[in-house]
Design a protein around this ligand. Structure first.
Ligand code: AMP
Length: 588
């Protein structure tokens, strides 16, 4: 049987994959890159450029370069490159041929058969244009399949029992969501929704606006009006955007970005993930609306979905995971690289057509969420027992993630880093895996002094936790051996039983979430008064002498714990004492 390759012909990027030893294997170019930028152009000598080389020249020679040709497939139109004009099929054929040649080189045989993927919303004309492009590239297109079908096949190549998957595909220029049913090896798209004008490029534009506004404020120059500078900034913000998927802040830095009155101007702008998330949230809300529409069309509810599968580079954005989890009440799967998932699925389809035995392709992931203890709101009330996830469960390994935390009081000298694994918002219901103290923080810093906490988890389950005070660079590290497995077996049960003994049994997951409204009126009033008192106490801490401040902090912690547990008796016990101390210190 001839080899059948799988090709993802994407708007931004494309890739080719084949089944080897029962597993999909992405085929790399000579430089080891598996992704091919879907960009075609001619250099100034008339030489054909495909991929990154064409992408690089897009900034300098847009008239000789074409990108996102997929958007024009099926249209009766042409694009001009220098002196020549091309149909969209011809441009797509150049990309397909590059991938065909790559496959033939890597596999050491002439490859001529392919499965090619298209978006579920593609019309017959667009599908036909894709088939023609394949033929122009010298390929026998044995099947055209939908991208969500391909993604589903990667996660479930041989399932006999029915499963419903929600495939959320957020790429550079388009967004799609499909509900897919797999039964007895047959994949059916039940419903599909999307927005052909929404993707990572829009996020880049929002960041560009933000950075250029700041630059204009500082230097009185609008970089958006200078094409070369604009392109450089656009590339730089895209890099920053990608970094923000793993880091809490990123810096956009470009030297000599412009000139003013004979002097060079440099761009240097820090972006926080929280600010970035605020910018893109309205766009992501639109994608969630599409998810709801797709569920409605398929006459299904969130609980009918067995798995959420993430596809497309922009689905790496943490806010995407967050919003999906909130909406559908389950953690999305991201075990397979979202950039490669579709090409892999096309290869799985090719393998199935060729009669190959295709096995599971899933990679190692973290089975539990890893994070640290912090002070924040727990069920709407302040608590010191909040769990701040850093590496969410189902993240492929190795994984590095970090987040920013702040000190609670002025002049705070130490920060305790308590590492937990588990899924509960309350650390007391998760498993402790290690702790350490970052000592010697800047004494002159006010509350809000930032501490960066980085988790690096490798394939062997070794977790390296690093805490860094941002202003001074003061750093401390802890290595935790076997962070993944240490509580997996019997230890987990014992630890749970022990904690249940102390704090009562965990909440039944089917039971409604305890909201503030469910709390008796009397308890609510006691908690309200206690929070008011806590706020007063926290304001007094900075002005108190060290001994009194220490005593006050201890009482604050006791009170916070009592509030978190809604322990009215304890609140009534500590309240008057705390009130006395606050009263005494306020007047001192
Ligand atoms: P695709 O069309 O699936 O190839 O996706 C390309 C888009 O994914 C581009 O907008 C990229 O900037 C974006 N992208 C790639 N990696 C990341 C990342 N780590 N975080 C956020 N966006 C990313």
């Amino acid at each position: 049987m001839d080899t059948i390759i799988g090709i993802d012909l994407g708007t931004t990027n494309s890739g080719v994959c084949v089944i080897r030893d029962g597993k999909p294997e992405m085929l790399p170019d000579e430089d080891g890159q598996t992704i091919l930028a879907s960009v075609v152009g001619f250099d100034n000598q008339g030489q054909l450029l495909v991929g990154q080389a064409a992408r690089n020249q897009a900034i300098l020679a847009p008239e000789r370069t074409v990108r996102s040709i997929k958007r024009k497939m099926g249209q009766d139109t042409t694009v001009t490159l220098g002196e020549q004009t091309f149909t969209p099929q011809e441009i797509s054929a150049v990309i397909l041929r590059t991938l065909k040649e790559r496959a033939s080189r890597v596999l050491g045989e002439e490859v001529s058969k392919a499965v090619i993927t298209v978006p579920a919303f593609f019309s017959e004309m667009q599908r036909e244009a894709t088939r023609q492009a394949g033929e122009l590239a010298g390929l026998d297109v044995v099947r055209i399949i939908n991208e969500p079908t391909a993604a589903a096949l990667v996660y479930q190549p041989n399932t006999d029992c029915g499963e419903r998957l929600l495939v959320y595909d957020l790429g550079g220029g388009t967004f799609d969501v499909s509900i897919v049913q797999i039964e007895g090896g047959v994949v059916e798209v039940l419903s599909s929704h999307g927005d052909t004008q929404l993707g990572g490029d829009d996020f880049d534009e929002l960041l560009l606006e933000h950075v250029c506004d700041q630059f204009q404020e500082n230097h009185g120059l609008d970089l958006r009006q200078l094409p070369a500078a604009r392109s450089r900034v656009l590339q730089a913000v895209e890099e920053a955007k990608k970094a923000l998927s793993f880091e809490p802040c990123a810096t956009v830095s470009e030297e000599f970005v412009a000139e003013k009155e004979g002097g060079a101007l440099h761009l240097n702008c820090e972006i926080r993930r929280s600010d970035y998330e605020e910018m893109i949230e309205p766009l992501l809300k639109k994608t969630i609306q599409c998810v709801d529409n797709a569920l409605d069309d398929a006459k299904l509810h969130a609980k009918d979905i067995d798995k959420i599968v993430l596809v497309g580079g922009s689905s790496r954005t943490p806010l995407v995971h967050y919003m999906l989890e909130e909406q559908l009440q389950q953690t999305p799967h991201q075990e397979v690289d979202p950039d490669l998932c579709v090409a892999m699925g096309a290869a799985v389809q090719g393998g199935l057509i060729a009669g190959l035995d295709v096995g599971s392709v899933l990679v190692d992931i973290t089975p539990h969420t890893l994070g640290i203890q912090c002070r924040s709101l727990l069920h709407g009330l302040p608590s010191v027992f909040c769990f701040a996830p850093i590496i969410p469960r189902n993240t492929p390994l190795p994984a590095t993630r970090s987040d920013l935390f702040s000190t609670c009081v002025d002049g705070q000298q130490n920060a305790e880093i308590n590492v937990f694994q588990g899924e509960d918002d309350d650390v007391r219901r998760n498993q402790p895996v290690g702790d350490f103290l970052l000592e010697g923080l800047d004494e002159s810093a006010e509350a809000g002094n930032e501490i960066l906490v980085r988790f690096e988890l490798n394939l062997d389950g070794i977790l390296i936790v690093t805490a860094v005070e941002r202003v001074s660079g003061l750093e401390k590290q802890l290595m935790i051996d076997n962070a993944i497995t240490q509580f997996r077996e019997s230890g987990q049960e014992d630890a749970r039983a022990k904690l249940d003994g102390i704090f009562g049994p965990p909440r039944d997951p089917a039971a409604p979430t305890i909201r503030h409204d469910d709390v008796p009126e009397e308890t609510k009033q006691a908690i309200k008064d206690a929070i008011h008192l806590l706020n007063k106490a926290q304001q007094v801490v900075p002005t108190a002498d060290p001994e009194d401040a220490e005593e006050l902090k201890q009482m604050i912690e006791q009170m916070e714990e009592a509030i978190a547990r809604r322990a009215v008796e304890t609140i009534h016990e500590i309240g008057p004492k705390l009130e006395d101390v606050v009263f005494y210190l306020q007047d001192a």
